[in-house]
Write a protein of this length. Structure first.
Length: 623
């Protein structure tokens, strides 16, 4: 037996105690024998070991040495000047880790091996459930739930089908059909094609506005005003464009057509209305479950209190946790990737712009930019402007329940969020057209998280932490902005008293500036001043305060038409406080672009506000 290697460790000590052991490399100690085992050594094993020198009069504590996992890997490698060098071999631990990973992969391997049968079983179960549900529910009459269940089943079947059939079976015939239809137009010059495209979109909008039957709350005159207002907003963007000659009118026309068709689907089709109404009810019901967590932590008295923080913040934290769980399973990346492909294909924008635009209604400003963090330093100025505009032009899902809780219509909020995706692209490309070559053109990549969660509970915990950060930031901003607003209003009121002007406030002064904007959106004449003041309040404070004011002070003053249009016009993060938020977040992610981000921030905020105004015009045209 080798004298430098023993298998039994003497743990008998006069005074049992655990001592700290300092890790050194094998070259730190002049060992007499650098090999292990009989007649030679395993050099790989030696280099992977961590040597722990112990004074000869010190021993490993019995509590430590008695641990089987520890004792199996401890080897006495030699005496060096009355010092025993204990070597801890990690090879066994690595093997155990590999075994655990192999075991974790076994279920995945089993699924891969029998994937066809697993899919067949899932399809049979889902089909049986659908048949039973329809047999019981259809005789009771039409129901939104039946429609949604049918759509989910159709998507499930298509998803399963395309696991075995290439998508080219569908895309190639469609591509050939489009080529045949468009080939006569492609022979025309680019200028003629662009003019025809713009004319087509304009004719579709005008014809729809005049062909729809009138209603008490939506006359043709009111629709024409909204159509005229949308034209005025687009003209303002063209006049103030950074590079007017570089505007891509194909992108503009495509974005406007997408937004118009979506609005038409929601406002003028029962299926579209039912889908978005169901989505609103589902979001409200799902996020309301945060009540039970609040009740458990703070009690029923606090949970039932009509306090903004209690009503909004728990659901925001819950939504943030849900987003991280979806990210953990890859569902969010899949959805963003598919939607981004649609917008890059139809509108000709870069992959980074598409990913941020699609993610904004789900994640909100700041967090949407995290998805393209590696590309931020190399984005063009036009791309940066688009990224910021997308954040300003919509709200996030995390605050959706807060608005619904104070009485805002959830269906209108959801529709506005989806409409903001193409609209923000249109507005930004009018104000700041692309003149460079984006790095991510024709490239779509939604990266994985830098630190992937270990499991679903870890993902939920990380999401809760992110939600808490957002909650604290929102609370601090609300307190600060409202305090500053009321301080300024107090000063203006004091000045107004000298001129016998009562209740002179910042909202009152700037509200009259927004009166023409209110009228251009299609607001009824009697409501243009109140809505103008709400628009001003949203810019100076935020949309939360404006919605709260609309549901309290102006609840009985606004007509149904004015209320719906105002809901769309206020549905965005375009306010002064958000400028600081976006500059700080984007500047922190891309410090080399801080100057460009700061110079583009105000323009992007105004474009975000104008995106919501154009959405409001579309709502006024199709009500």
């Amino acid at each position: 037996m080798d004298n430098n290697k023993v298998t039994n460790i003497d743990t008998t000590v006069p005074e049992e105690r655990t001592i700290p052991m300092t890790a050194t490399t094998s070259t730190d100690l002049p060992l007499e024998n650098s090999t292990h085992g009989n007649g030679g050594g395993d050099q790989t094993k030696k280099n992977s070991a961590l040597q722990l020198p112990l004074p000869s009069n010190e021993k490993v504590s019995s509590a430590t040495a008695s641990d089987p996992g520890y004792a199996e890997n401890i080897q006495v490698t030699g005496d060096v000047e009355s010092t025993k060098c204990y070597e801890y071999d990690y090879s066994d631990e690595q093997e155990q880790q590999q075994q655990r990973e192999k075991k974790d992969r076994s279920l995945g391997a089993l699924y891969s091996r029998y994937r066809c049968w697993c899919h067949l079983v899932m399809w049979v179960i889902f089909t049986g459930f659908l048949a039973a549900a329809y047999a019981l529910q259809v005789p009771k009459g039409y129901n939104q739930e039946n429609l949604i269940l049918g759509l989910i089943y159709a998507w499930f079947c298509l998803f399963m089908l395309f696991n075995y059939i290439p998508t080219t079976v569908v895309t190639k015939p469609c591509g050939k059909l489009i080529h045949v239809v468009c080939s006569p137009f492609m022979r025309l010059s680019p200028l003629i094609r662009t003019l025809l495209y713009v004319a087509l979109v304009t004719v579709v909008m005008v014809a729809t506005v005049f062909s729809l039957p009138e209603k008490a709350e939506s006359t043709r005159i009111q629709r024409v005003i909204s159509l005229f207002g949308m034209g005025v907003f687009i003209a303002m963007l063209v006049i103030s464009s950074k590079h007017r000659r570089s505007i891509n009118w194909n992108t503009i026309s495509g974005g406007m057509l997408l937004q118009f068709l979506l609005a038409l689907f929601v406002f003028r089709s029962s299926a579209g209305h039912d889908i978005f109404q169901w989505a609103s009810d589902f979001a409200q019901g799902y996020l309301s479950k945060a009540y039970f967590g609040t009740s458990f932590v703070f009690g029923d008295t606090v949970a039932n209190a009509s306090v903004f923080a209690v009503s909004v913040f728990p659901s925001l934290i819950f939504f943030a946790a849900t987003v991280q769980i979806l990210y953990y399973f890859g569902a969010l990346q899949w959805l963003l990737g598919k939607c981004s492909f649609v917008f890059t294909s139809l509108l000709g924008i870069s992959g980074a712009e598409a990913v941020v635009a699609v993610a904004s209604p789900f994640l909100g400003q700041g967090e949407n930019a995290l998805l393209i963090k590696p590309y931020l330093p190399v984005l063009t100025d036009a791309e940066l402007h688009q990224v910021m505009t997308s954040g300003f032009a919509t709200i996030s899902g995390s605050v959706l329940y807060g608005y619904i809780r104070i009485g805002v219509d959830g269906g209108s909020l959801l529709t506005s969020c989806i409409m903001s995706i193409p609209c923000s692209i249109v507005v930004s490309k009018l104000r700041y057209p692309e003149t460079e070559s984006p790095v991510t053109m024709n490239t779509i990549h939604v990266p994985e998280e830098e630190e992937k969660a270990n499991n679903i509970l870890d993902a939920a915990s990380k999401g809760a932490g992110i939600g808490l950060t957002i909650v604290l930031s929102m609370a601090a901003n609300l307190i600060t902005l409202l305090a500053l607003l009321y301080a300024v209003n107090a000063g203006l009121t004091w000045i107004g008293n000298f001129l016998t002007i009562e209740n002179l406030t910042l909202q009152l002064i700037t509200g009259y500036i927004f009166v023409p904007i209110s009228w251009l959106m299609g607001i009824e004449n009697k409501d243009v001043v109140p809505v103008g003041q709400l628009l001003a309040l949203k810019i100076w404070a935020n949309e939360f305060v404006a919605y709260q004011e609309m549901k309290t002070t102006y609840a009985d003053l606004l007509s149904e038409r004015s209320r719906i249009i105002a809901t769309y016009a206020l549905c965005g993060f375009a306010n002064l406080g958000s400028i600081g938020l976006q500059v700080s977040v984007l500047g922190g992610l891309a410090k080399s672009r801080t100057g460009a981000i700061s110079s583009l921030a105000v323009s992007a905020m105004l474009c975000g506000a104008m995106s919501t105004w154009i959405s409001a015009c579309l709502a006024g045209m199709l009500l």
